[in-house]
Design a protein around this ligand. Structure first.
Ligand code: NAP
Length: 327
């Protein structure tokens, strides 16, 4: 496992880290026992950074991470999120009172006195024009409730606006072979300001693992079933917002580029790590075998210029017209 600086926090985080949404919920049924095995496998593989949220299984994901931390001696940095408890994403919901409640709940779930990194969880665009919300976050840092804060955004424009606030340490954004726009303008700016970048949905919800087929089915409580068209939350979070069959065809083009012994997931993650502005990718993993597969991407040699150019051609021809300007 290799490690990269996380913004100005002083932390070095595993460049392949762990996304803990699926072990909380919204991805079909998961057993806590298997989720804990997946978490232990991540730490065994060198992962020292986990991304979660208060709403992932209504605290279930955070509580599993607390259990993991209790039974391991390694330092495990946990980034959680707040804001999605609101019935609707409106600026008026981001009050000191609500933030206090969300933070206290996460502190309890994570069994800790201070949150390592608190991210605003896809707040409305309007919020990024309200410095008073960020001033409140500064107060929570001063009070010792959170060590650092960052944001998780849908759009590049929100990311660009967020890093104008000097104490935003990290931006979490969708970045993968199917979602390339963050690299155009945002990554150079973030790098210049030493802001950490968490690349989320790195496997396009499984499309980039190469295991999905036209006739693959998903449980009714799996967002790949119920949110394909953005029925419950932003459709960009499901299959990275790419039309399913187009995504399958594009993934087949990537399959042709795999070096010997490299899995599709590893290739997709290594592609993300080719951007040195990225601090880490946070692939979701439900089982130890998935985690082991993903973590091995960290130690792969760089992708060849030919492979990078081929991914670019695939993106320009098949994916760019569908997603590039949308997020
Ligand atoms: N708004 C936000 O802030 C937001 C939104 C989305 C995600 N996130 C964060 O980003 C993380 C990653 O995104 P994601 O979980 O949505 O999507 P992802 O990482 O692109 O896909 C994860 C899913 O792919 C499958 N998978 C993972 N590794 C695999 C492997 N090696 N081989 C085969 N299948 C594999 C697993 O599901 P199956 O086994 O069921 O196929 C897993 O749950 C989340 O866990 C969360 O921490 C944040």
């Amino acid at each position: 496992m290799k490690y990269r600086s996380l913004g100005r926090t002083g932390w070095k985080v595993s460049d392949v880290s762990f996304g803990a949404w699926a072990i909380g919920g919204a991805w079909g049924s998961v057993s806590d026992e298997e989720s804990l095995s997946a978490l232990h496998k991540a730490v065994d593989s060198g992962v020292n950074f986990i991304d979660t949220a208060d709403v992932y299984g209504n605290g279930r994901s955070e509580r599993l991470i607390a259990q993991l931390r209790k039974s391991r001696k390694e330092q495990i940095i946990v980034a959680t999120k707040a804001g999605r408890r609101l019935p609707k994403q409106i600026l008026e919901g981001y009050t000191r009172e609500n933030l206090t409640t969300w933070i206290e709940d996460s502190l309890r779930n994570l069994a800790t006195d201070a949150l390592d990194l608190l991210q605003l969880h896809g707040p409305p665009t309007d919020l990024f024009y309200h410095p008073e919300v960020f001033a409140m976050l500064d107060d929570f840092v001063k009070a010792g409730k959170i060590r650092y804060y960052g944001v998780s955004v849908e759009k590049v424009e929100e990311a660009l606006k967020a890093i104008e606030f000097p104490n935003v340490q990290t931006v979490q954004i969708i970045f993968n072979c199917f979602r390339q726009r963050p690299a155009d303008l945002f990554f150079p700016r973030a790098k210049q300001k030493q802001v950490g970048i968490l690349a989320r949905v790195p496997l396009a919800s499984g499309l980039l693992t190469g295991k999905l087929r036209r006739d693959s089915t998903f449980a009714s409580d799996d967002h790949r079933n119920f949110n394909r068209h953005g029925e419950q939350f932003d459709m960009g979070e499901t299959f990275a917002g790419v039309d399913y069959n187009t995504g399958l065809e594009a993934a087949e083009e990537i399959r042709l580029l795999l070096p010997a012994g490299v899995s599709m997931s590893q290739f997709a993650l290594r592609w993300i790590l080719m951007s040195d502005a990225v601090s880490c990718a946070i692939p979701g993993g439900k089982r130890p075998d998935q985690v082991a597969d993903n973590c091995a991407a960290s130690d792969l040699p760089p992708l060849t210029p030919e492979a990078m150019a081929a991914v670019q051609r695939m993106y320009d021809a098949k994916i760019r017209p569908l997603v590039h300007q949308r997020w």
